[in-house]
Each structure stands twice: as structure tokens, then as C-alpha cells.
Design a protein around this ligand. Structure first.
Ligand SMILES: Nc1ncnc2c1ncn2[C@@H]1O[C@H](COP(=O)(O)OP(=O)(O)OP(=O)(O)O)[C@@H](O)[C@H]1O
Length: 599
């Protein structure tokens, strides 16, 4: 971890726009304005306003404005102005008119390579369009009005041939950059520029730039802590004298999206170089990574956030190290030992209380498997099921008694054409009304035990001397039916199904508060294994407490695998919410782990 601290160089006062001018390449012939409050760079005339909407347009214009061609054109413009001044009376008021006039003149003089090239340049449609835009812009009234440009510093050392003077006219938005003292040279340098922030959008301040002066005050003998108030006190235009850093700007595929699998609060993080530059997020939030240049602190934006300014988040490596060391504990919820209290047996196939999810089954599952030992970030990408692809497997999980079976039953009843379920295996006697392969697959004890040894079961258990279990094969069969397969499992069985083949959509059914449980479950019955004579009993206060404790433990341990949490308070509402969610994943583009797409 880096031992230094960075300081956010906030410029908290009123801002209108930003300008930059660079020395030392000869006297200034023009000024390029780069507004800070929007993405639209523009040539200074008198006043300024934004027109550009898209960053693509902005990038194009920025490249063009910073390119050599424009500078050559500006020279042409200067010459035109000089030419105009030499004329007894201006023939035309506009620059475009002057250009036409000059072209006419040039036609009449003896041709040489320079005049031919100038004529060629002036005849090009994009040059004419540029001059026309210039005329239009220069005649417009722009708001807000820019303050007068401050004069250039009187003295610039001769040997500092790469010094850059940057003048920003600030608003209440922070500069979006942090500073630090370079340990080896002692210089004050820009530590990082937050992507999408004002400094980044201006394109004038870069990581590694050495800060020499701010508003004429030398920075070299100052600590970062002393510089912050200087920046904060500056009003209107702030002039920076910087020596450009040599660091190449990082190019990153800005289409990296991750799902955060833990909660993060930068204010509670003693290690972050600048708390105010941190990005707070919660488990499940989708973040777009915009910089991974620093091994320890990445820069990210919350997906869909209107604020384009990136914030610092701990890198995967850093967070893994922290989780491994379990330090500092306040930053994340450590994985507590799961103490699941069963309040009964899963009615769907009467599992025993013992957790019999086959470890070997989990190991057998290859790539895409949820081997998220350290829930940090999950790389994700947008996904929409194609008609030829199987439906995503829907896994319903939750503490016993919460209503998983009831929700599954209602879904199936609501649309048997769209939903299917797996048929469990059992060794118990078939009852007269039951049919093989409908309620259960009836097999002998010997076959069941052989299948256990062959790791065929996803989950299995024993109840009243009989085995019950769900095999992986039956999940494959149900998924192949071209229906949405609904499967209720204990959370520890999710990992075995967390594959690109099943692309499980994991729904955690959570109990409401104990007060709401008392009210809503007043008449509900729960299957009991304690009293064999009475297969059902009314929920007790202890059952409610166990359900809540168990749900909390499940969320702590497996919460990173839950794509949707539904609080089962009012049953009809919980059902509608679940139904709508399942429709959404069928009809809308959503996020899935990118490992599922690469298999
Ligand atoms: N929101 C609700 N309001 C009232 N009663 C409910 C609600 N949800 C479920 N119940 C009732 O609670 C009882 C237990 O529900 P269910 O059998 O679906 O639980 P489960 O999560 O499948 O438990 P298990 O894993 O033990 O089978 C049932 O009688 C069910 O009708």
C-alpha cells in the first residue's frame, strides 16, 4: 500500500468556464477555450456556450482543435486579418468573405507553390465550412460571459522549455484531481486525475504534471495540506504553472463493468489516499471501471449515474489482501460462519436437516462455477437470451418456512406452459395416486446409494428412513424442456449450478420483520419434523426468530450470489414481484458474469 496521501484540489467557488494557453512556442496567436462545465471545446471569440451533446463529437472537435491543421488555418486567418488591415476599405465583413476575396486576388498574381497551395486550401469545403462556423460563432452572444483572461506570468525561466500555463475559470464543481509530494524529487505533482471530472474534461491537467505555481504563488516549498486552502481561496480564474509530466495516458477498454460483491464506504476506509475522491457503493451495484492504472486504487463510476466523474475504489488485489487479512473489519462484512436453523424440511423433496450437498458435485462443475471464495467484484456483461438458447435456470432459496415452495407452486400454477420443475428421487413406497416420474422418480435404496456414491445428487437427505434427492440429471432434463425451470435449493447448493450452462438467476426469499411475520403468518402452517404424528404445526415465535436469524446468516455467507432479494411479506405482492422479475430477465437486457459468455 502506498504510504503517501493525496489531496483533492477542490476549487469550490463559482465557475464559468476554462481556458488554456500554452507557451513557449512563440507569441500567442490565438486562445483555445475548453469549457469545464460541458464537453465542448471551442475557439475563443468573445463569449461562450455549449452546443455539443455527444462525447464523440466532443472528441472529434477536441482533436481537430488541438491538431496542426487548425493551427495552420489560424495562421491563414491571421494573414487574412493582416491582409484586411492593409486594404483601403474592407470589401466584406466576414472571414469567409475575406477568404473569397483573397482567393480572387491570388488568381490574378503569378502562380507559385505557396499561392497554389493556399488557393487549394481555401477552396476545400471543410475549410470554407470552418470559416463559416467561425463567422457564425463570432457573431453570437454567448452566456455566461467569460472574465477577461489573466495576463501571462511576467517571467518564465528560459530553461523550462516545456512549462505550461493553464488557466481554469472554476465553478462549484471540484477540480477532480489529487496532488501529492513526489518522494524522490520533493515536487508537488498531480497524483491522479479523476476520469470525467473537471480537470479530465479540460484535457489540460494530467497525472504526473508538476505543480510549480498557483496564481503566482510558488508551490515547491509547500505541503499539499497548505496548497488546498490556496486553491480553495482562489476566485474566478485560477492560473496553474505546471511542468507537464512524461507519463503516457492510459488507454483502457472503458467497457469493463463489474458487480460489487461487498459494501464499501470510503469515509470509513483509513487506507484510501483521498476520502473525498472515493466512490461509495453497496453490494450488487454495477460499476464501470474507467482506470486500472494504479494496482491499488481503481477508478470507477456507478453505472447509470448522471455524474460522470469517477471515484476511487479498492482494486481487486487490495480488497483480496484485506479480506484475507480480515483487516480492517469495519470495511466489509466478513464471512461469518453460517448457522442455519432449519424450521422444518423442504417440502419439495423432504430433505433432512443435514447438509448433504455433494462437495464432489461442486468440484466436478468446471468453468463458470461460483468459486467466489472472496466476494470482491464480479466482471459482468450485458446479456439477452437468444431464441435458440435455453432459459436461465431460476433458483429460489431462503430459510426454511419463508415461502419458497409456496412461491414456486404459484408460479407453476400461473403459467404451466412457461414454467417447469424438477422431479425428485425417493426410495419411499409409491402411494396409489402417485405416478412414476410425475411426483417422484421411485428408486430402490440400493440404486439411490449407488447414485450418491457417483455424485449424481445436487442435494439429498433422509427422512423417516427414506432417501429424497434432486439429481443434476433431472435439472438438465428440466432445462432442456424449453421452459423456465424453477428449482428450490439450499444456498450451499447454488455453487454447483453456477455455470454457463444453467446461467442461474438466484432469488433469495427473505422474511420480513418479526412483527410482519407474526401478522402475515398468523394462520399459516409449517411442516414439522419434530412431531411425527402431526405433520404440520402453526408457526411459533421461535420459528419466526429462527427464520430471521437463518436469513441473516445466509445473506452474510451467500449474499454475493443472490441476484434478486424478495421480501415475502404479503404473499400476493411477493408473487407479483417475482413474476415481473422473471418476465424482465426474459425480455430485457441484463447483466451476467462474463465467464458465462466465454465458455
Ligand atoms: N407471505 C406469506 N403470508 C402468509 N403465509 C405464507 C406466506 N408465505 C408462505 N406462507 C405459508 O407459510 C408456510 C410455509 O411456506 P412454504 O412451505 O412455502 O415454505 P418453504 O420456504 O418452502 O419452507 P420449507 O423449505 O420448509 O419447505 C405455508 O403454509 C405457506 O402457505
Amino acid at each position: 500500500m502506498k504510504a503517501y496521501r493525496e489531496f483533492r484540489s477542490d476549487l469550490p467557488d463559482k465557475t464559468i468556464t476554462g481556458t488554456s494557453f500554452c507557451r513557449p512556442v512563440g507569441p500567442l496567436s490565438s486562445v483555445i477555450i475548453k469549457p469545464l462545465n460541458n464537453d465542448k471545446p471551442i475557439i475563443w471569440t468573445r463569449r461562450l456556450e455549449s452546443h455539443m451533446d455527444t462525447s464523440e463529437d466532443s472528441t472529434f472537435l477536441q482533436d481537430m482543435l488541438m491538431g496542426n491543421t487548425l493551427h495552420l488555418l489560424i495562421k491563414v486567418y491571421d494573414r487574412l486579418q493582416k491582409y484586411r488591415a492593409q486594404q483601403p476599405a474592407p470589401l466584406l465583413d466576414s472571414t469567409q468573405g475575406l477568404a473569397q476575396d483573397l482567393a480572387k486576388e491570388l488568381h490574378s498574381v503569378v502562380a507559385n507553390p505557396e499561392t497554389t497551395e493556399l488557393l487549394y486550401l481555401l477552396s476545400k469545403p471543410h475549410v470554407q465550412a470552418l470559416l463559416s462556423v467561425h463567422d457564425m460563432v463570432s457573431q453570437k452572444e454567448f452566456d455566461p460571459r467569460l472574465p477577461p483572461l489573466p495576463p501571462l506570468p511576467d517571467y518564465i525561466e528560459k530553461e523550462e522549455d516545456s512549462i505550461k500555463i493553464v488557466c481554469l475559470v472554476k465553478n462549484q464543481e471540484p477540480l477532480g484531481a489529487t496532488i501529492k509530494r513526489d518522494e524522490s524529487t520533493g515536487a508537488i505533482v498531480v497524483a491522479r486525475v479523476m476520469r470525467g471530472g473537471a480537470a479530465d474534461r479540460s484535457g489540460l491537467i494530467h497525472e504526473g504534471d508538476k505543480l510549480k505555481e498557483v496564481n503566482g504563488v510558488p508551490m515547491e516549498d509547500k505541503n499539499p495540506e497548505e496548497i488546498i486552502p490556496i486553491l480553495a481561496k482562489s476566485e474566478g480564474a485560477v492560473t496553474f504553472k505546471v511542468i507537464p509530466g512524461t507519463k503516457e495516458p492510459e488507454t483502457i477498454d472503458n467497457k469493463i463493468f463489474i458487480r460489487a460483491l461487498f459494501d464499501y464506504d470510503p469515509q470509513a476506509d483509513p487506507a484510501i489516499p483521498c476520502k473525498d475522491a472515493g466512490l461509495e457503493f453497496c453490494r450488487g451495484d454495477v460499476l464501470q471501471i474507467v482506470s486500472q492504472e494504479d494496482d491499488t486504487w481503481w477508478q470507477a463510476r456507478r453505472h447509470g449515474d448522471a455524474n460522470l466523474r469517477a471515484g476511487l475504489i479498492p482494486s481487486r488485489q487490495l480488497q483480496e489482501r484485506r479480506v484475507t487479512l480480515q483487516r480492517p473489519a469495519v470495511l466489509f462484512h466478513p464471512l461469518r460462519d453460517l448457522k442455519v436453523f432449519d424450521t422444518g424440511l423442504r417440502k419439495s423433496f423432504r430433505l433432512s436437516r443435514k447438509d448433504n450437498t455433494s462437495q464432489r458435485v461442486r468440484q466436478k462443475m468446471g468453468k463458470g462455477h461460483a468459486s467466489i471464495h472472496l466476494p470482491i467484484y464480479q466482471e459482468i456483461l450485458p446479456y439477452k437470451r437468444q431464441p435458440e438458447e435455453p432459459y436461465r435456470l431460476v433458483l429460489l432459496t431462503g430459510p426454511s418456512g419463508v415461502g419458497v415452495t409456496e412461491l414456486k407452486r404459484r408460479l407453476l400454477l400461473s403459467d404451466p406452459e412457461s414454467f417447469s420443475i424438477t422431479v425428485p428421487y425417493t426410495t419411499r413406497e409409491r402411494k396409489r395416486h402417485e405416478r412414476e416420474g410425475v411426483e417422484y422418480h421411485f428408486v430402490s435404496k440400493h440404486t439411490f446409494e449407488k447414485d450418491i456414491l457417483n455424485h449424481k445428487f445436487l442435494e439429498y437427505g433422509e427422512y423417516k428412513g427414506n432417501y429424497y434427492g434432486v439429481s443434476l440429471d433431472s435439472v438438465h432434463r428440466a432445462v432442456a424442456e424449453s421452459k423456465v425451470c424453477l428449482l428450490d435449493v439450499k444456498p450451499n447448493a447454488i455453487a454447483a449450478l453456477y455455470t454457463s450452462e444453467f446461467k442461474p438467476y438466484v432469488v433469495f426469499v427473505k422474511p420480513p420483520s418479526i412483527e410482519r411475520l407474526r401478522l402475515s403468518r398468523r394462520k399459516a402452517k409449517v411442516l414439522s419434523s419434530q412431531n411425527e404424528q402431526t405433520p404440520t404445526k402453526i408457526f411459533t415465535e421461535e420459528d419466526f426468530q429462527d427464520m430471521i436469524t437463518s436469513a441473516q446468516a445466509m445473506e452474510n455467507k451467500y449474499g454475493h450470489l443472490f441476484e434478486k432479494v424478495i421480501i415475502n411479506d404479503d404473499l400476493a405482492m411477493a408473487f407479483t414481484e417475482l413474476r415481473n422479475e422473471l418476465t424482465k430477465i426474459e425480455t430485457e437486457t441484463h447483466w451476467i458474469p462474463n465467464t458465462w459468455a466465454h465458455v
